[in-house]
Design a protein. Structure first.
Length: 286
């Protein structure tokens, strides 16, 4: 209550920090805190809701993985969505609160790319027209990366940028803080591009594996002359799709020269694909 007191014009950082400490100290803290915060974020008093959002963001940065797991559940995300949705509290929630809630959910899609439910919730808001475009985060708003971050995060692997960022964040000059925010945004963009490449690779390899398996099954039936007209058409479609997947694998391989393990996966998928295409040509042609 003290950390979100609407009569305080400014954030009460001492209470906010004590709240975070309590979340970390209490075994039930990470599961109870989001429920308490959701109630405050839905407050009709603008200042109370804004303070609660600050507490929420501070917990994300200080309360670890168990807290992250709770906020990534639909149960909690739905409580945030209610603030934006005209079916619930969106008609009377202030624009300032709604804008801040949108910023929070959007920033989580960046910081937690592995959390599918957060991404799905945000995409649903866009599809329904509740969020018209991705928010532009304020230049003077610093977004310290939460911990733990995804493995091999650029915030950990690029030592030079990390040192520069740490130096800028310690400064009291607004120009340095704005420079820090610009650097964070560029690093986030780089992280997103890296994450997109990984996702593209995983999806392509998975598609290759599924298509090759299905082709093998159909080719076996084809040899035994047990293939219906419909299955023959499916086989031909699979062959055409697999031919298109080959250049995709080559492109992925050229993007993945710095990751031996990923490159090995791509080459293995390419071998399976080549064998399946060769088998098709041999069996169907004969």
């Amino acid at each position: 209550d003290k950390a979100t007191d609407p009569s305080n014009p400014e954030e009460n950082w001492e209470c906010i920090q004590r709240f975070c400490d309590q979340v970390n100290a209490d075994i039930e803290g990470p599961s109870l805190a989001p429920r308490l915060l959701a109630h405050k974020i839905q407050s009709p008093q603008e200042m109370e809701a804004l303070h609660a959002l600050t507490v929420l963001e501070t917990c994300v940065n200080n309360c670890g993985e168990r807290f992250h797991n709770e906020i990534a559940k639909f149960r909690f995300l739905n409580e945030l969505i209610k603030v934006l949705s005209p079916k619930y509290y969106g008609t009377w929630s202030s624009e300032k609160v709604k804008s801040r809630v949108t910023e929070v959910i959007f920033s989580w899609t960046v910081w937690f790319p592995q959390e599918v439910k957060i991404r799905d919730a945000y995409q649903m808001l866009k599809k329904q027209g509740i969020v018209k475009e991705d928010p532009k985060l304020p230049e003077d708003k610093i977004l310290p990366p939460p911990s733990p971050r995804p493995q091999n995060s650029i915030f950990d692997t690029d030592e030079e940028k990390s040192k520069l960022l740490a130096r800028l964040l310690k400064s009291n000059h607004s120009e340095d803080l704005q420079a820090a925010n610009r650097l964070i945004k560029s690093m986030i963009k780089e992280e997103q591009e890296k994450s997109a490449k990984v996702s593209r690779r995983v999806n392509t390899i998975s598609e290759v594996s599924e298509n090759v398996k299905r082709m093998d099954e159909l080719l076996e039936n084809y040899k035994r002359q047990e293939l219906s007209q419909s299955d023959q058409e499916t086989l031909q479609t699979l062959f055409q799709r697999c031919e298109k997947l080959r250049p995709l694998l080559f492109r992925l391989a050229s993007e993945t020269v710095d990751d031996d393990e990923a490159l090995a996966e791509i080459l293995q998928a390419n071998d399976k694909l080549t064998q399946a295409l060769g088998q098709y040509r041999q069996v169907v042609a004969s």
